[in-house]
Design a protein around this ligand. Structure first.
Ligand code: ATP
Length: 791
């Protein structure tokens, strides 16, 4: 509609790019979109003025000071602030698409003003193969209506925008031409068109519809990478769109090989769900990522789609408040910590640790492996009714065993333990049989309890004997091999106990420790504490609201903010790289989505578990019997065919029979094989290859090494600037670079039982170029091809 204002008549419908006539078509089409963008910007400016006015008006109302006006002011400032913020954020590059459609089957319009029918009208195409364009829609990051409520831009998530993503030449629906518009700020830089019905002569305002360029997808894929992921909103493909817009089922399960867009799709789905049902997802969306590197890489995508605040992206090692684990356990230890057998060990430890007073250290104050000084609590002496009463070690053991009966969390059992201690002392006092009158007997008992339970000796004893345990304290107590052996009897073998205890003596938390901490937190329980006083709202102080209404109720905004800060459960949980989660990690994530709907994305071929079946079992256990809806993504948008073909050779060995995704483009540049030279060794060879790639590609270069070489590899690259980064094989998960150097495939493959799949991950990170550096362990042939990658 609107863009036709300036639609120019163009003679040649499709023209090759080198043709000067094509340039003039491109220029004219760019100018057409510029006219539309100018209109949209004028309208956006009006909206921003409106939002600013609302904020000022709301602030003025605040000065009136009546409670009603204040509440209204609060709500208005909040709404206008969000509005203004979104408009300002969305200003960059927010109009990106356009579709030209045939007349539809019905004349109905949806709430966004667009026609609703997906199929063309029966007479939309004339017998001579010509057809008129019945409707033109522009698609952007948010919807914009003109002053008459006609759509200037349709939000990409609105139903009317779906054909922009769904239409293909095989199933075009009403779409004749799909156009991607590239713009920076207020300037349209160019357009890329795909014709969905190339056989038609489509007429727009009586003139043939022109098409420009080779399509947007190829243009997007060829661009250099930065250190952060970009959104793909302008070029989402049909199979991806089906996942993004799938109704939120109990579990939406998405599988696809490397580079098929699983992460991108998951993030766009979060934005879509919020758009579709903001109220339902006000409970928050949690995205669980495997590493902090991937969190940092993906963090910008949702704000670019206009969504902030409601979505928390957290690394699996940072899901527990206060924990920021980045250390990795060796595979054998990770397997033990991840296995659901740990549940039994933790249950025992959570109760057994009561005997280890160090386990009560306040969280965060006790490093793993640190042995605290133990106050003794093996005898209780009090004075009551003028007599010395004493409970010996044996009495105390019996009382504790009774108190611990059942499954109530240990920290919640303290009142029960206290009562049982008083019972035992009372029995020793001989006062129990003194009165036959129940009322007098009860009175005597009450006065006994009051005397004893306020005695310093009793209180100090109780603190030492039944301290409040912390997850970190219990984990630290498990670092003692003898004790751990007791708690793990018949669950772990002695070798496993030794390895586990040794790993817990380390200072830093490992990624797998975090799931154990979370489990312990549940097993220990948190006694109710008095609520913290809320902090003052800075806005209140700004306007003097606090003085005017000292005992004002919590406002809606304050409540929303408080809930977000306190949130431990979410309305939707998205799990990225799900193939890597252990049963214990699944339990941890499961606790955050007990009432949630789920989107789970993964690729068994990239699993770093020794057996993918085990990982699948863990997942099935966590997701229970919830109904699942499955999707598959089949196209690799990241790797050129030359790299994908090499990676497929590793896949064939790692997962025989598993199909590799199809690569959509080819660069003509084959992977390069370098061999460590006699002089300079590994460091010099890798550095030279990284330097060469930095000169050849515009964007980033990732050097992937076996985990144990992480630190030395960072030194190899020192001084090369921040376009080059070194990372361990497990950290490469989910990331991508313009070029990668994979150092010693044999070392990566031999690192763990799942090493071949980890190597497959490493080989599939590059968008342009891949170099493999081999040492002698790789047994390279005369061409430098390591034994692992030879046919
Ligand atoms: N429709 C698309 N248009 C443009 N780029 C796309 C599209 N789909 C995916 N990509 C790009 O392909 C790359 C791979 O996407 P993504 O990281 O989401 O894949 P993945 O399936 O999660 O990969 P992996 O399993 O290897 O982590 C990214 O650069 C992404 O931007």
């Amino acid at each position: 509609m609107a863009a036709q204002d300036a639609a120019d008549s163009v003679d040649s419908p499709v023209a090759p790019a080198a043709d000067p006539a094509a340039d003039s078509v491109r220029d004219r089409e760019t100018a057409v979109e510029q006219v539309h963008l100018d209109r949209v910007y004028r309208r956006l400016e009006e909206k921003i003025h409106e939002a600013e006015f609302l904020m000022q008006d709301a602030a003025r109302r605040g000065q009136v000071g009546t409670p009603g006006a204040l509440a209204e002011r609060d709500a208005q400032v909040f709404r206008a602030g969000i509005h203004l913020n979104r408009l300002n954020n969305e200003f960059e590059d927010f109009l990106f698409g356009r579709i030209d459609l045939l007349h539809g089957k019905d004349g109905e319009r949806g709430p966004d003003g667009a026609h609703t029918s997906v199929e063309p009208a029966d007479d939309a195409v004339r017998p001579d193969g010509t057809a008129d364009i019945g409707e033109t829609l522009h698609i952007g990051r948010i919807g914009v209506l003109d002053a008459d409520y006609a759509p200037l831009v349709i939000d990409w998530r609105a139903p009317a925008a779906a054909p922009f993503y769904r239409s293909t030449p095989v199933e075009p629906g009403r779409v004749v031409r799909r156009r991607v518009i590239r713009s920076r700020g207020r300037r349209v830089l160019g357009v890329e068109d795909d014709l969905m019905r190339p056989e038609l002569t489509a007429l727009l305002d009586g003139a043939p519809l022109p098409a420009v360029g080779d399509g947007a997808l190829m243009a997007a894929l060829g661009q250099a990478r930065g250190h952060t992921m970009r959104d793909i909103v302008a070029s989402i493909q049909a199979e991806q769109d089906l996942v993004i817009r799938a109704p939120a089922a109990s579990v939406t399960y998405v599988e696809g090989g490397p580079g098929t867009g699983k992460t991108a799709v998951a993030l766009h789905r979060a934005a879509y769900l919020l758009y579709k049902d903001r109220r339902r997802y006000a409970g928050g969306i949690l995205v669980v990522s495997p590493t902090p590197l991937l969190v940092a890489y993906t963090e910008g995508v949702l704000p670019s789609l206009g969504e902030e605040g409601q979505v928390a992206i957290r690394a699996v090692g940072s899901l527990v408040d206060g924990a920021e684990a980045t250390a990795y356990d060796e595979p054998a230890v990770a397997r033990i910590k991840g296995s659901s057998r740990m549940l039994k060990v933790l249950r025992k430890a959570a109760r057994g640790a009561l005997e280890q007073p160090g386990a009560a250290a306040p969280s965060g104050q006790l490093a793993l492996g640190e042995e605290p000084a133990a106050p003794t609590a093996d005898r209780l002496r009090v004075v009551a009714f003028g007599r010395r009463l004493e409970l010996e070690a044996g009495d105390l053991r019996r009382v504790r065993a009774i108190a611990l009966g059942g499954t109530t969390p240990v920290n919640l059992l303290r009142p029960r333990a206290r009562r049982l201690l008083l019972d035992a002392l009372y029995a020793k006092s001989g006062a129990a049989g003194r009165h036959s009158d129940p009322e007098l007997a009860a009175e005597l008992r009450a006065s006994f309890d009051e005397d004893v339970s306020t005695e310093d000796a009793f209180l100090e004893f109780l603190d030492a004997w039944w301290p409040e345990l912390t997850p970190r304290g219990v984990l630290a107590a498990m670092a003692d091999e003898r004790r751990l052996g007791r708690w793990a009897r018949r669950v772990l073998d002695p070798g496993e106990v030794r390895r586990l205890a040794r790993s817990l003596r380390r200072d830093a938390l490992s990624v797998h420790d975090v799931a154990l901490l979370d489990e312990l937190d549940t097993l220990l329980g948190t006694p109710a504490r008095p609520r913290r006083k809320r902090e003052l709202d800075p806005l209140d102080q700004l306007t003097g609201l606090q003085e005017l209404m000292p005992q004002r109720e919590e406002s809606q905004r304050e409540r929303a903010e408080r809930l977000a800060a306190e949130r431990t459960e979410y309305a939707h949980v998205i799990v990225d790289e799900a193939q890597d989660l252990t049963p214990m990690q699944w339990r941890m994530i499961g606790r955050r989505g007990r009432h949630a709907t789920w989107t789970v994305v993964g690729d068994p071929a990239q699993s770093s578990w020794s057996s993918p079946e085990e990982a699948a079992e863990a997942r099935d256990e966590a997701l229970g019997t919830r109904p699942r809806r499955r999707f598959e993504l089949t196209v690799n948008y990241r790797n050129p065919a030359e790299i994908a073909e090499l990676a497929a050779r590793v896949l064939a060995v790692a997962m025989p029979g598993m199909a590799a995704p199809r690569a959509v483009r080819s660069t003509g540049v084959r992977p390069r094989f370098a061999v460590v030279g006699a002089r300079g060794g590994l460091a010099a060879t890798v550095r030279a290859e990284a330097e060469r790639l930095l000169a050849e590609v515009e964007g980033t270069v990732g050097v992937v090494v076996a985990m144990r070489r992480r630190e030395e590899a960072a030194r190899w690259l020192s001084g090369l600037g921040d376009r080059a980064v070194a990372l361990g094989s497990l950290e490469a998960k989910g990331l991508e670079y313009d070029a990668t150097v994979v150092v010693s495939p044999a070392e990566v493959a031999d690192e763990s039982p799942a090493g071949l799949r980890v190597l497959y991950v490493a080989l599939t990170r590059a968008t342009q170029q891949l170099t493999l550096v081999s040492g002698t362990v790789d047994e390279p042939d005369a061409d430098g091809v390591p034994a692992l990658l030879r046919d």
